[in-house]
Design a protein around this ligand. Structure first.
Ligand code: ADP
Ligand code: ADP
Ligand code: MG
Length: 467
């Protein structure tokens, strides 16, 4: 059994993992940067060790210091959360070499699935369709352009090691290819320390639909249904929901099966997600696999009643999954809105600052996952996501109503947030009908008068006025 877990992360996900550990009676060791002294995860953990300065490269990305902290604090496992070192195969290996349990799949699997081209090969071996594109990373530019012509423009350049919606460039014609290709390489080199680029046919108006998986060390793999994550901005998810308004039971079963086959092919264990694109004719294509807990995992927890982080920990400790696929029933509908400290009127520029007033909504079916509290200073060095609101209800319409009400009563003062923007989406007729693709946000923003975006900045007055 695991006795003490080091949480190699910060923010809401660190809080989420600490809570799961506490419920299991596992001791918790937080690590934090100098910018996070007052962060909630530091307060909630049993112990905390400072691992360096504010920039992530000096702290949350410093594998050596995290391992030293585990040694000093006598942890026997490390939970990496999402982002940072969560999909770093070398880190997983180092944990293992230090006799620490890495809460996730083994290093070999992370390496194979973290490289998007080898991940696609794995999907092909599993008999799962992939988006047509280059055969692995582009090495010969001339041959690549010829192949892109054959497949048909537009194509999407993607970083082999990409993540977080970064490192993608749309190319509309052969003449634009060389310039975009060299820009993509530079960007990928800078962001992921790996300049390798591949390309895919750009699927027009697709749905992003992903399947949540749980796999134990004994070889049992089940899926927990899908999440529709098509509401995105700059290839980053804003809203996620389960079940997807676009899937019927037949397609759900087919895609769920395909996701399990990919996981089986790569020897997966722990919680993981297989992401698909679905085109308007309902053809689905494997896109990538995330070998970690995802931001939007709570949506699946609400509709299945299964605690994914708890199971990550139990699986890491060697426990067998007690569920069969037929035991997984989806109950009702869940929607998540990501709340970012950003100014919607200024092209969603991040706006860190001090939270002057904080009031979180509650009531039936409302879950807030956040590390924010009144008086907290949001540091500028990290991701701008500061909270997730999840609404769960009997059906989609009720879940939207619940989300709308929750957002209207959510007060975060001191900096602009995306609460009002998310609320406007909840009231959008296209969203309400469930008819949307990854193009939704672009179209929605174009429909919106600029004055209403202006009005989405900072709230004024006191709590009563805000509500
Ligand atoms: P999810 O797939 O869980 O929805 P996101 O794509 O939103 O997650 O990414 C989760 C977090 O991890 C974000 O903070 C994102 O910036 C970060 N992230 C994901 N992949 C990478 C990566 N390869 N390199 C750096 N940051 C990443
Ligand atoms: P990341 O690792 O950053 O999450 P993904 O490969 O999952 O990158 O792609 C992120 C998003 O980019 C997808 O959710 C989708 O909206 C868009 N996208 C990716 N590939 C394609 C494609 N071939 N055609 C159209 N859109 C795509
Ligand atoms: Mg993705």
């Amino acid at each position: 059994m695991i006795e003490k877990v080091l949480i190699a992360n910060r923010g809401e996900v660190a809080v989420r993992v600490i809570r799961a550990c506490k419920e299991l009676g596992i001791k918790t060791l937080a690590v934090y940067s100098e910018a996070d002294v007052e962060s909630l995860h530091v307060h909630l953990a049993d112990e905390a060790i400072c691992i360096g300065r504010a920039p992530a490269v000096d702290s949350y990305l410093r594998a050596d210091r995290i391992l030293a902290a585990a040694e000093i604090g006598n942890a026997d496992a490390i939970h990496p959360g999402y982002g940072f070192l969560s999909e770093n195969a070398k880190f997983a290996e180092q944990c293992h070499a230090c006799n620490l349990i890495f809460v996730g799949p083994n290093a070999e699997v992370i390496r194979r699935m973290g490289d998007k081209t080898t991940a696609k090969e794995c999907a092909v071996r599993a008999g799962v369709p992939v988006v047509p594109g280059s055969d692995g990373a582009v090495t010969d530019e001339r041959a690549a352009v010829a192949l892109a012509r054959e497949i048909g423009f537009p194509i999407l350049l993607k970083a082999v090691a990409g993540g977080g919606g970064r490192g993608m460039r749309l190319v509309h014609s052969a003449s634009a290819f060389p310039k975009e290709f060299s820009l993509a390489r530079l960007e990928a080199e800078k962001n992921f320390a790996n300049g390798a680029i591949y390309f895919e046919k750009f699927i027009e108006e697709p749905h992003h639909i992903e399947f949540q998986l749980l796999a134990d060390k004994q070889g049992k793999i089940i899926h927990l249904g899908e999440r529709d994550c098509s509401i995105q901005r700059r290839y980053q998810k804003l809203i996620e929901e389960a079940p997807s308004p676009f899937l019927d039971n037949e397609l759900r079963e087919k895609m769920g099966d395909a996701a399990v086959r990919v996981a089986r092919e790569c020897g997966y264990e722990s919680a993981g997600t297989v992401e698909f694109l679905v085109d308007k004719d309902r053809n689905f294509y494997f896109m990538e696999m995330n070998t970690r807990i995802q931001v939007e995992h709570g949506v699946s927890e609400e509709v299945t009643g299964i605690d994914l982080v708890r199971w990550q920990l139990l699986i890491a400790a060697g426990e067998t999954l007690p569920y069969e696929q037929r035991d997984i029933a989806l109950r009702g509908h869940a929607i998540e809105c990501r709340i970012n400290a950003e100014d919607a009127a200024k092209n969603f520029a991040p706006r860190p600052g001090t939270v002057e007033l904080y009031y979180a909504p509650g009531g039936p079916g409302i879950r807030i996952d956040s590390h924010v509290y009144g008086g907290y200073r949001i540091p500028a060095q990290y991701d701008s996501m500061i909270a997730k609101v999840i609404a769960h209800a009997e059906n989609r319409e009720m879940a939207i109503g619940r989300m709308d009400t929750a957002l209207s009563g959510y007060v975060i003062r001191g900096m602009p947030t995306t609460i009002a923007y998310q609320r406007a989406i909840m009231r959008d007729p296209h969203f309400r009908k469930g008819r949307y693709t990854t193009k939704f946000v672009g179209e929605f923003s174009a429909r919106m008068p600029s004055e209403s975006l202006e009005g989405m900045g900072q709230g004024s007055g006191n709590l009563q006025e805000d509500l």
